[in-house]
Design a protein around this ligand. Structure first.
Ligand code: CTP
Ligand code: CA
Ligand code: CA
Length: 604
């Protein structure tokens, strides 16, 4: 079924040789198993749904989430009016006067918690996604409790991958117990093929993508055991989605397929509140006409390079390229591109372990010119960090960060950072964090009130979040822990002087060297600005890069809106620093000068 299938893995994927070993042996429970079942569940119009549920609004009403003057999430009833993301509130309400716009929560200086503050402005407030993060965790909890046997990987704030292979295997054996034992007359023992699969009734299992042009999807119920596995997986996904809807009120959509890439792709076929099954045999009809840029990782530089090297647009256009040719042009590692184009992907679904770092970041416009400006932003960032640390501790009470890190970027100067230990306190407050942050800032900019150079980005973060000592946990228990009681106590302490024991310590000199070594960066496709994470350590850099990207998107968002209002702001500020990044598409012949396929990704 796939072009040039010669390896054992390819033979497995054809579904024609599914054996007792694939079903019964624990060793075959891996990414190459032909009975593998992967799903992606994504929440519909997630932020809008969170606001609809929070406010108890009728889900049939058009609702949008607003950030400053623009829209960031639009529910499906509002989409019917042609309202899209990035549209301004003014334009959207012209299209639909009854549109309910809810402004996203913000942090403002002086408030312990983010809130739905009137007159939130980008110059003084910072967007808070805390409510959505909390709701996202609730959804994850429902996933985990409904499907305890599945491996679940949270992929973003509103989506998760599921590896259902193990529970599906159990279910196959429960429903078809005759498969539990290899028949005594089977000549190849465990390697004998399974008997023909039963006819599948796809009713109620979702939208089943067609194998042949003109086929009424899902009508052809005769398939392989791999299709049976997908059908059982689809039942589980349906159940978990119903549970999320019943318990939390959120509708979700899902894709069920053999691997992560295919599950993710087909999850958006039936939005909202629908699910789609992609059987192996349906992959070519679904995939071949698709522009390959729609595939995760092929949308950026690598996609551009493929398009120009092979004059190709769709996946089908690239199927005639041999593995050898691709590897010659794009390096050894490009085998995975070759596989993805054929619907194959062996990436594992991995449960993420707890966070190791967290960072609050702000691209400050107008820039920070005085120490007092700096103090303002440090308080805003500290409020966010304090809340996020509290939440992390609600989930895992002994977690505490080793260090507090401050990064600043002044003009085009290399970014600088300082860090210091973050001692345990049972009276965590924004002030505790902010005062420590201020000392770090003093170390970086000196004693004067006026900055020698404007600060254009300020990031404050925790690194080395780890479970603390047992002793610390018990002391904390003695004082009331990190649970609701402690929260209440902390809230009542707001504004009162910090007890001596919980005052922040002096930053340590030894830990304040500027960052060096490799950095993660991201080039904005719109303005070519290179966002570079400069925090020490890969995990922390990736957290920082995400924070920087989110901030940068906010910036474009604001630009777009102002442009839409005919009020174009200055754009010089976002130009790429000269000489930082090469311009133009890579040419096919020059490929080898680059470091294989890695050259098309952002990690440097
Ligand atoms: N989001 C955002 N900015 C983006 C992309 C996404 O703020 N550039 C937010 C959206 O507001 C959204 C959430 O992240 O609610 C999840 O994004 P996504 O799944 O892409 O969109 P949804 O709004 O959930 O809509 P859909 O039903 O199409 O998934
Ligand atoms: Ca979504
Ligand atoms: Ca999503």
């Amino acid at each position: 079924m796939f072009a040039s299938s010669s390896t054992a893995v390819d033979a497995e994927q054809s579904g024609s040789k599914i054996t007792y070993r694939h079903l019964l042996s624990p060793q075959t429970l891996n990414v190459y198993n032909p009975l593998r079942v992967i799903a992606l569940i994504d929440s519909d119009a997630f932020y809008a749904a969170c606001e609809q549920v929070r406010l108890g609004l009728n889900p049939e009403k058009p609702i949008a989430v607003q950030q400053w003057q623009g829209l960031i999430a639009i529910n499906y009833p509002a989409r019917k009016y042609g309202i899209t993301r990035l549209m301004s509130v003014t334009e959207a309400t012209k299209k639909c006067p009854e549109l309910i716009c809810v402004h996203v929560m913000t942090y403002r200086e002086g408030s312990r918690e983010p809130g739905y503050f009137p007159n939130a402005k980008p110059s003084t407030h910072k967007v808070s996604l805390d409510h959505y993060r909390r709701e996202s965790i609730k959804v994850l909890r429902v996933f985990q409790s409904t499907l305890p046997e599945a491996e679940i990987e949270r992929a973003s704030i509103d989506e998760a991958f599921f590896d259902l292979t193990a529970p599906v295997r159990e279910e196959i054996l429960r429903r078809y117990p005759y498969l539990r034992d290899v028949p005594s007359d089977a000549t190849d023992g465990m390697d004998s093929p399974l008997p023909p699969a039963p006819v599948i009734d796809w009713t109620g299992r979702g939208n089943v993508l067609a194998i042949r042009e003109g086929e009424e999807a899902g009508v052809d119920g005769q398939g392989t055991w791999a299709d049976v596995a997908l059908a059982l997986g689809a039942e589980m996904v349906h159940k978990v989605r119903q549970e999320v809807h019943k318990q939390l009120g959120y509708t979700t959509s899902a894709g069920i397929a053999r691997n992560k890439t295919m599950a993710k792709l087909c999850a958006s076929c039936k939005k909202p509140f629908g699910q789609t099954v992609l059987r192996d045999a349906a992959i070519p009809l679904y995939l071949n006409p698709m522009p390959f840029k729609k595939i995760r990782f092929l949308g950026g530089k690598l996609g551009d390079a493929l398009a120009s090297a092979y004059d190709a647009k769709t996946i089908g256009d690239l199927l005639s390229v041999s593995k050898e040719d691709m590897q010659q042009q794009f390096g050894e590692e490009s085998y995975w591109v070759y596989d993805i184009l054929r619907g194959r992907d062996y990436a594992e679904v991995k449960e993420r372990t707890g966070v190791k770092s967290m960072m609050a970041s702000k691209n400050v416009r107008p820039a920070i010119k005085t120490f007092s400006d700096g103090q303002h932003w440090l308080r805003v960032l500290s409020a966010e960090l304090s809340l996020r640390l509290e939440e992390a501790r609600d989930l895992s009470p002994a977690v505490w960060p080793k260090t507090l890190v401050l990064h600043i970027k002044q003009g085009f100067d290399a970014p600088r950072s300082r860090q210091c230990p973050f001692p345990f306190t049972n009276a965590l407050s924004d002030e505790y964090i902010a005062r420590l942050g201020e000392r770090l800032l003093r170390e970086l900019v000196g004693q004067g009130e006026l900055m020698l150079k404007d600060i254009i980005n300020i990031s404050l973060g925790f690194a080395g979040l780890e479970k603390g000592e047992e002793g610390q946990k018990s002391i904390e228990g003695f004082f009331g822990g990190a649970g609701p009681a402690a929260k209440k106590r902390r809230t009542s302490e707001r504004g009162t002087p910090m007890p001596e024991a919980s005052r922040p310590p002096t930053p340590s000199r030894s830990s304040s060297a500027p960052t060096s070594g490799p950095t993660l960066s991201h080039k904005c496709t719109r303005c070519s600005r290179v966002l570079t994470a400069f925090a020490p350590g890969v995990a922390e850099q990736s957290t920082q890069l995400e924070a920087l990207k989110a901030e940068h998107e906010d910036y474009h968002f604001a630009l777009d809106l102002q442009a839409a209002d005919g009020n174009l702001p200055e754009v010089q500020e976002v130009r790429a620093p000269v000489g930082r990044e090469k311009k133009g598409k890579p040419k096919a012949g020059k490929r080898k000068e680059l470091d294989g396929i890695a050259a098309y990704f952002q990690k440097r």
